[in-house]
Design a protein around this ligand. Structure first.
Ligand code: ARG
Length: 579
């Protein structure tokens, strides 16, 4: 149970004894923290339902309230119950409140979604950061989670690339239609060539219809299994994955699986037959489509093109087949997709189609879409040169800025080049990730590197600094022979506030998990760090003379450090031990 659950249970019992439905006992944080810590507004609705005077009913609830937990339960206004905990009861809550799911599930999270050879855009960055955090939160509360990058390796861009190389170097063995392999194990081009080739190919296809047809035919031949194309494709994919893995690792993003759209391809014929036998696949203008519109639709939901008129499959079909692949290989209870808001229609269509086909229930498929990270011009963030984002450049940019900030603040001085560089990278990446995660997932936000890297305010660097400071406080206490942590006994107001923040951890975790909103954890972490600052400014720790008080405070500091560590872990943010 979380703290709010426990308090709600106490209030519910009192409501039941006062003769009303226990469900009215829901407790929340107080709207006016200056008056109380918590409040319960249930007496108003309960009085209405039972035709009583709300203040009188509230009075009766308070009379039946278990006295052990509450120092004060006061009736306010029309019948609110304002609640304040007893210090000893509150003190006993700290550390006991990590929330776990009562019935954990097996979950697949599809996030990241990078494409072979195509540069990442900001949508991919958010997908990676938010997806990583949701994966870690789910894991922390007990779910069995598999994160899959779902590499874009099967679309038209592959045909564009293959035809581009064929035009440039037609004599390569891969382009000999009669070649069966084995083909060379070293790639014919470098990653750099690949990165240069994609924009060129894509622009050429846009400008010239014949060139585009060439790409389409190459895509089809690849999908049909032409050996040379497959071999070349494998090189492209391998080159790309190796580079991406490095970049994602620097961003603290780690996929359990690097499966791609292509992995689902072998299942397509069989799925097509199955859909046909269920009467779901219809022919329309030479293509095979699945209708997914519903009568009560408020907007138009167009049919899915399962196979186009040339027999090639696209993004919808690979997503349907990927769901089938996941059912077979992992038997998940639920599948989550952390993908850009611009793909809402796509997932709506795919989810409806697999539900219609009886493959997987729509209610167990969630598209956790997110808003855009914009530049100061209000448009999706671009580099200064106006290009799309390269993850590597982006990480370098925030790292440089973090280094400046460290110097400005006189931090990480005299640690040696290697440690300073590693601290700067962690601070930069934390700035970026925390900014992304602390903005509600479904909102757009503006990328503001100066604000994000500041050591003041609701930022990653501020939290990293708080954690480093906690470690240094504990190290100093240890050196001073201050003794270890003891029973926590709250007395000073700043201790009480910190204890309250600590005790609400479980609620924050559950809320973030249930709503799939990591920013709730960010808010909690920020509140906790602020409470810690105030506590540390007001209360002596290592040099407190009273042994019991000192031990209690060391306990509070330790608990804060442990909780911040747990939160950083759930956010996927790496923190330096000192700064
Ligand atoms: N590769 C896709 C893109 O760049 C994202 C993939 C998201 N996942 C999925 N199962 N469709 O837009």
């Amino acid at each position: 149970m979380t703290l709010l659950d426990e308090l709600s249970a106490l209030l519910s019992a009192a409501f039941a004894q006062a003769g009303t439905d226990a469900a009215y006992g829901r407790v929340k944080r107080a709207d006016r923290p200056d008056l109380a810590q918590f409040q319960c507004n249930g007496a108003l609705a309960a009085a209405k339902a039972t035709k009583q005077n709300p203040r009188a009913l509230a009075g009766s609830v308070v009379e039946h309230l278990d006295q052990a937990a509450f120092a004060d339960a006061a009736i306010a206004g029309p019948g609110f119950i304002n609640l304040t905990l007893k210090d000893d009861w509150l003190s006993a809550q700290i550390g006991a409140r990590a929330w776990k799911r009562p019935a954990p599930e097996r979950i697949v999270i599809d996030y990241g979604g990078p494409n072979v050879a195509k540069p990442l855009h900001v949508g991919h960055l958010r997908a990676a950061i938010i997806g990583e955090s949701l994966k870690r939160i789910a894991r922390a509360v007990g779910d069995d989670v598999t994160g899959d990058a779902h590499l874009g390796d099967w679309g038209l861009q592959m045909g564009q690339l293959i035809s581009e190389l064929e035009l440039r170097q037609p004599d390569l063995i891969y382009f000999d239609p009669s070649a069966e392999g084995p083909f060379p194990s070293d790639p014919p081009i470098s990653l750099k060539d690949l990165e240069e080739m994609y924009p060129a190919a894509s622009a050429a296809c846009k400008a010239d219809k014949d060139r585009a047809d060439l790409a389409r035919r190459a895509t089809k031949a690849l999908q049909d299994g032409r050996s040379g194309y497959r071999a070349l494709w494998r090189h492209f994919v391998d080159l790309s994955i190796a580079a991406m893995k490095k970049d994602y690792a620097d961003l603290g993003v780690d996929f359990d699986l690097w499966k791609g759209e292509s992995d689902a391809d072998p299942l397509i014929p069989e799925i097509g037959d199955d859909l046909t036998s269920r009467g779901l696949l219809e022919h329309s203008d030479g293509a095979e489509i699945i209708r997914v519109a519903r009568e009560d639709d408020k907007k138009e939901v167009p049919p899915i093109i399962f196979r186009n008129s040339e027999g090639a499959v696209g993004y919808h079909a690979t997503d349907i087949a990927t769901i089938v692949d996941r059912i077979r290989t992992m038997a998940p209870d639920r599948m989550l997709y952390v993908v850009d808001a611009r793909q809402r229609l796509h997932f709506e269509q795919v989810f409806r189609a697999v539900d219609r086909a009886g493959l997987f229930e729509e209610s167990r498929l969630e598209h956790l879409w997110f808003g855009t990270m914009n530049g100061k011009d209000g448009k999706p963030f671009k580099t200064r040169e106006g290009g799309t984002l390269k993850l590597r450049d982006f990480i370098d940019m925030v790292t440089d800025k973090a280094r400046e900030r460290l110097v400005e603040n006189g931090l990480a001085e005299g640690y040696g080049d290697e440690e300073t560089a590693s601290i700067a990278r962690m601070v930069g990446v934390a700035a970026l990730k925390f900014a992304d995660l602390s903005n509600p997932r479904t909102s757009d936000y503006v990328f503001d590197i100066d604000r994000f890297t500041s050591f003041e305010g609701k930022t990653g660097p501020y939290l990293l600094y708080a954690r480093a400071r906690i470690r240094s406080v504990l190290a100093k206490a240890d050196q001073a022979g201050a003794g270890g942590a003891g029973d926590i006994v709250v007395a000073a107001p700043e201790e009480r506030d910190l204890a309250l923040a600590l005790a609400l951890f479980g609620d924050a975790v559950r809320d973030a998990y249930d709503k799939r909103l990591p920013h709730i954890l960010c808010e909690h972490a920020f509140g906790l760090a602020q409470s810690f600052s105030k506590f540390y400014a007001a209360c002596r720790v290592a040099d407190e003379a009273d042994n019991a008080v000192r031990a209690s405070r060391i306990g509070l500091v330790e608990a804060t450090g442990e909780q911040l560590d747990a939160i950083f872990d759930m956010l996927g943010i790496e923190a330096p031990d000192r700064m």
